[in-house]
Design a protein around this ligand. Structure first.
Ligand SMILES: O=C(O)CCC(=O)C(=O)O
Length: 357
């Protein structure tokens, strides 16, 4: 799929040859010193011209995002303008339904809540993040068009688990995904391979939430502590970008945090101990009479109210809506599925990358 970008053309070569022709014909009448001076001046002006040419080229690339053609391709100019099924999937986190502590950043850090086995929502995590401005749809496309990301269908990514997705992921760029795929396919960007430091893009998420900040501030201390690498909150972050109703189907992995920058996510979490009974896990996550895994919207629509599933989640799980600015912490081994409400952009960090079988 080609990416529509402004072509970078070179300055017209004729301007250079014409100038040197002029200098050559004058050479009979003027001294060698004067000729050298003219050559230097011409070279400087050419450089100047080249720089200005590049700058105006960059400007026109930026302007191009709002040109008619791209507006048609973009369909929705901002994340917020895109369809969002709040009416069908949102709820108000009633404590009997969500059943999670919703805490401040201070409480999260003071109590080192990432060491616990309880899921939790942390408020106002994105306070101070440049991403709030730099990742608006227009700015993301203008600043980071060429960041390479992996995309695949939410269902496949859920089935393989995002770390083992391998061939289920196609490499593309942020620009290509947002302009050409996001609203015309079921492709979801869920890329766990972004690395710290990345020279700009991920710095927009400063200050990183703990415990990822620990690694960023002093990786040597972590290595020297003797902690095995697969237990560290390390240098890989994930980026997720997807339209309304996308989201990973039930899966499990190591402890992870997920912070929404734009949009919202509905989460269904199911207790790690409860799913040690594998038959129960299967019954919960799919229709046993027709065990094709449903996408997350259809799990909520068609399965949630059947066969005791709601009772299980109300007693051994959580059903919560995470809003922009909030972080969801999922402890190791908890089965969970997610549904985006509206265009949603989030970053994720996971402890180690060793998955959970
Ligand atoms: O946002 C999603 O679709 C899935 C997120 C998830 O499973 C996670 O962060 O662990």
């Amino acid at each position: 799929m080609s990416v529509k970008r402004t072509k970078k053309s070179s300055p017209p070569p004729s301007s250079r040859s014409k100038s040197s022709d002029t200098a050559a014909t004058s050479s009979n009448r003027i001294s060698k010193g004067t000729i050298s001076a003219i050559v230097v001046i011409l070279a400087l002006s050419y450089d100047n011209f080249r720089l200005r040419y590049r700058a105006s080229n960059a400007e026109s690339a930026n302007r191009n995002l709002s040109s008619n053609e791209d507006e048609i391709k973009l369909r929705y100019k901002t994340w917020e303008e895109a369809p969002a099924s709040y009416e069908e999937f949102d709820h108000d986190n009633d404590p009997s339904v969500c059943r999670l502590p919703i805490v401040t950043v201070e409480e999260w850090e003071k109590n080192r809540m990432w060491e616990s086995e309880t899921p939790v929502i942390v408020k106002n995590v994105t306070d101070g993040w440049k991403a709030l401005e730099n990742w608006s749809k227009e700015e993301l496309l203008r600043r980071y068009p060429d960041v390479v990301v992996g995309m695949g269908s939410s269902k496949e990514l859920g089935q393989t688990g995002p770390d083992q997705a391998g061939s289920a992921l196609t490499r593309t760029t942020i620009y290509d995904y947002v302009v050409n795929w996001m609203h015309s396919s079921n492709k979801y960007v869920f890329d766990r391979n972004l690395r710290l430091p990345d020279g700009g893009f991920l710095e927009d998420c400063h200050p990183y939430p703990m415990p990822t900040r620990m690694y960023e501030e002093d990786p040597d201390a972590l290595f020297e502590s003797g902690m095995p690498e697969n237990l560290m909150w390390k240098d890989h972050l994930a980026l997720t970008i997807g339209h309304d109703t996308q989201g990973l189907t039930f899966h499990r992995h190591n402890a992870a945090w997920n912070t929404v920058v734009f949009g919202a996510k509905r989460w269904i979490l199911y207790d790690a101990e409860r799913i040690a009974n594998i038959t129960r896990l299967k019954t919960m996550t799919r229709d046993i009479r027709n065990p094709i895994q449903l996408d997350t919207a259809n799990w909520i629509r068609k399965l949630y109210n059947k066969d005791d599933r709601k009772h299980e989640i109300r007693n051994y799980g959580h059903d919560c809506v995470q809003r922009a600015g909030e972080m969801m912490y999922v402890p190791r081994g908890w089965a969970h599925m997610v549904l985006n409400i509206g265009d949603t952009v989030a970053v994720v960090s996971e402890r180690g990358l060793d998955g959970v079988n």
